[in-house]
Write a protein that binds this ligand. Structure first.
Ligand SMILES: [Zn+2]
Length: 261
């Protein structure tokens, strides 16, 4: 299954995966499997993947509360802190999948703080939660938070792209730059960003076509905008800085800086 970019690209040792029950567990399992895969990520043919599918992977642990009050200090000590003191049985990482992490008591969170802060190099923690409101700031700050189910819809890209194309040429530099904020939700999803840029490209293409059909000379800015959008796609495809790339594009689209011909 496709993993969120945040999991794929920045390998931390502690993650909080926030989302609906089935999806967050599926994502965590796919990620755990891939981390310990001995072949090409999650190829299913290696020993680790086969053992994982059989449900008895010796280095992947499912941590659960033993009391109805949630995941307590004893659970955390015996299932995480203690277990982390020994190396993996056979594979690369010891991975702890802690579902319903929002039910870990504050005392228990404190009990595992040191372990997740300075883990052995083989330790990976995947905390799965409905929400993060009950997690301590000290825990949150030590984990990368991944929110699922926030992929933006195609119709939203289209409306946003059209809005930019129709209004940005009238904006001054400052207003054009404030548009960057609206791009932030796209930062974590390369796929959505790529779709948005395609929509934006099409929005300018339509303007040029319409002008041609009506025998009006198309605006020079539309052509340089198309070039700027293409350029931005390239930069992002090569993992360039997201904010710099988007801000530069907005400046070009607003006509504040001209592309040298
Ligand atoms: Zn494998």
């Amino acid at each position: 299954m496709g993993l969120p970019d945040a999991l794929r690209h920045n390998l931390s040792h502690a993650y909080i995966i926030v989302g609906e029950a089935e999806e967050r567990l599926a994502v965590a399992r796919a990620f755990a499997k891939e981390l310990n895969c001995l072949g090409d990520s999650g190829d299913d043919n290696c020993l680790s993947c086969r053992v994982f599918e059989s449900g008895n992977h010796p280095d992947i642990f499912y941590v659960a509360g033993t009391k109805t009050t949630g995941i307590g200090v004893d659970d955390v000590r015996s299932q995480i802190v203690q277990e982390m003191t020994t190396s993996p049985f056979k594979y690369r990482y010891k991975i702890f999948i802690v579902d319903n992490a929002e039910t870990i008591t504050p005392q228990a969170q404190n009990a595992m703080l040191k372990t997740i802060e300075e883990p052995a190099p083989y330790g990976v923690f995947l905390f799965l939660a409905e929400h993060v409101h009950t997690l301590l700031p000290t825990v949150l700050s030590r984990c990368v938070t991944v929110k699922l189910g926030e992929r933006l819809k195609k119709s939203e890209h289209e409306a946003f792209a059209e809005e930019i194309a129709s209004s940005i040429a009238n904006l001054d530099i400052l207003d054009a730059m404030t548009l960057y904020k609206r791009f932030e939700p796209y930062k974590e999803s390369r796929e959505s960003m790529s779709q948005l840029l395609d929509m934006l490209y099409l929005a300018y293409g339509r303007r040029i076509t319409r002008a041609g059909a009506a025998n009006h000379p198309p605006e020079k800015l539309w052509f340089s905008s198309i070039a700027a959008i293409q350029h931005t796609k390239q930069i992002l495809a090569q993992n360039g800085n997201f904010q710099l790339a988007v801000e530069l594009m907005l400046l070009k689209l607003s006509g504040a800086i001209q592309k040298p011909m």
